[in-house]
Design a protein around this ligand. Structure first.
Ligand code: SF4
Ligand code: SF4
Length: 151
């Protein structure tokens, strides 16, 4: 739980994502001041990323966690919205929490990632990794440069 207490920037709450649920009630436990949003839209007008901050704050209050994650995706944590907010809210921290909740509980699992982790655990890349460990810095840099060129 966090309290702003007139501090700027507002404090980031600490929480264990494993113990949370993707609901508005959960957001209000962690950031109770979310309920103080006045709907003034000053945050949206302040955002250099043209993010509809008020809309994602409204989504958060309705428990539309995936919508918050989507709308806030391009937030660069500049904090301008909090600077202007008359209720001293930290929209970006609430958005970060929603993106984490969305990734953890609402998004479909990334099958390709699970398959790659399984390959790593089965030792598929062990020999290659051992070979890389024997290389000097200059050779590693050359290979990295080649990879960047290919990308
Ligand atoms: S912190 Fe994010 S949402 Fe707030 S003004 Fe900056 S970019 Fe926009
Ligand atoms: S500036 Fe603050 S009070 Fe106003 S709409 Fe945005 S988050 Fe709510």
């Amino acid at each position: 739980m966090t309290e702003t207490n007139g501090k700027f920037p507002p404090e980031k709450a600490t929480y264990n994502l494993e113990n949370l649920a993707p609901t508005s009630e959960q957001l209000l436990v962690i950031y109770p001041h979310l309920a103080n949003c006045q709907g003034c839209n000053t945050c949206t007008k302040s955002c250099p990323q043209d993010i509809e901050v008020l809309r994602y704050m409204s989504d958060a209050l309705r428990g539309e966690i995936a919508q918050v994650a989507q709308r806030s995706f391009e937030c660069m944590m500049c904090r301008l919205c909090a600077t202007r907010c008359p209720a001293e809210l930290p929209p970006y921290y609430i958005a970060v929490l929603c993106r984490r909740l969305s990734g953890r509980y609402l998004s479909p699992p990334a099958q390709h990632l699970a398959a790659r982790v399984a390959e790593i655990e089965q030792g598929k890349f062990d020999a290659e990794l051992e070979d890389l460990k024997k290389l000097g810095k200059s050779e590693l840099r050359r290979r990295l440069s080649e990879l960047n060129t290919e990308a």
